[in-house]
Design a protein around this ligand. Sequence first.
Ligand SMILES: Cc1cc2nc3c(=O)[nH]c(=O)nc-3n(C[C@H](O)[C@H](O)[C@H](O)COP(=O)(O)OP(=O)(O)OC[C@H]3O[C@@H](n4cnc5c(N)ncnc54)[C@H](O)[C@@H]3O)c2cc1C
Length: 349
Amino acid sequence: MTGPFFLYNLRISDNKAFLEAKQKKVAYIQPQKQHPRLSQSLQSLKDNLKCHHITFQTKKTLSSDPYNCLLPPGSILTKKGTPFRNFAQFYKAAKKELDESTFFFHSPSLVKDSSEHKAHQTLKSFVKNKLKKYEEEKDFPSLDATSHLSSHLHYGEISIERVYKETHTSESFCRELFFREFAYHTYHFFPHMDIQPLQDNLKGFPWKKSKVLFEKWKKGETGVPIVDAGMRELFETGWISNRMRMIVASFLVKDLHIPWQQGAEWFMERLIDGDLAINSFNWQWVAGCGIDPVPYFRIFNPYLQSKKYDPDNSYIKKWVPALEKNYPKQVVEHSIQRKKFLAFFKQRK
Ligand SMILES: Cc1cc2nc3c(=O)[nH]c(=O)nc-3n(C[C@H](O)[C@H](O)[C@H](O)COP(=O)(O)OP(=O)(O)OC[C@H]3O[C@@H](n4cnc5c(N)ncnc54)[C@H](O)[C@@H]3O)c2cc1C
């Protein structure tokens, strides 16, 4: 089968799938899981394609990339022909493939709509003002040093090719783009990873079913300032930085012992860039059951993270101004919860 394929809302003028669809007057999509986020994107995509007189069809099997990816998911394999399970190895192979391919980039040929325009401005301003210091500053939430391109990429308001082209001089930023790529390539092989762990090393873990604790986490009332600041920013703005996502996710799983799937679901509800593949990939990474996850014994200490990445408390003060007054007591003791988490693995050996 030939023709352009879509997963998300690829309404962009400099995306090759869009141009191809315009030429052929047809676009295909693979039936996806029922998820409110995906149905929203799909409806918006249908509307956009209709404006351009492009027919929209659903096909069960697609032969090419339905994502906004640099390389078609499924195309980067180990020598044995299996999916990569290690990011460093995937990165090396994918980068080599990209460097060797005649990197094909379409110049914009259509008038951009306002969201595309905003996406391009965001990229331009990031490259001009922040790219050079990205490696140094990206983990400090008060510096706001990252690109904010995630939702533009998710909604196809800018192509990944364009972003790569403008930013590939930064090794550190490039790695993040390939991390995104790795998430999609993994999702291609494991389409149930939003629910099912990719490794069974947490099987039998005594998860807590506490609705009260989960609600406190969602509202930013755990009594742990850096976690509460992150959860409040997420609630109010729909976005938090990668460092903050790791801190709050680790706290839910390894301190509150609440299943990662519940946290992932909440993120999907709140995040403006909520993306089934990237979100579940990262939650599994944090929980320790994903492809090439963080080792189970490396548990984020939220207080040390706070000291390192928010040394003057400016981020905390912004989101938890009532810290001195009526601030709740911590709902759990980090050192005790950490020991309990580790004890599970010791007893399994
Ligand atoms: C628990 C958890 C859940 C997440 N859920 C999502 C999600 O639903 N949607 C989403 O787009 N990102 C998700 N991320 C990845 C990452 O946090 C965001 O992409 C990033 O914070 C978005 O901000 P930015 O565009 O300023 O990122 P930048 O730091 O400027 O990075 C540039 C781009 O690289 C990609 N990227 C960066 N970090 C990652 C990563 N860890 N994994 C995959 N791609 C990455 C994104 O496309 C991002 O826009 C999640 C991370 C964690 C730890």
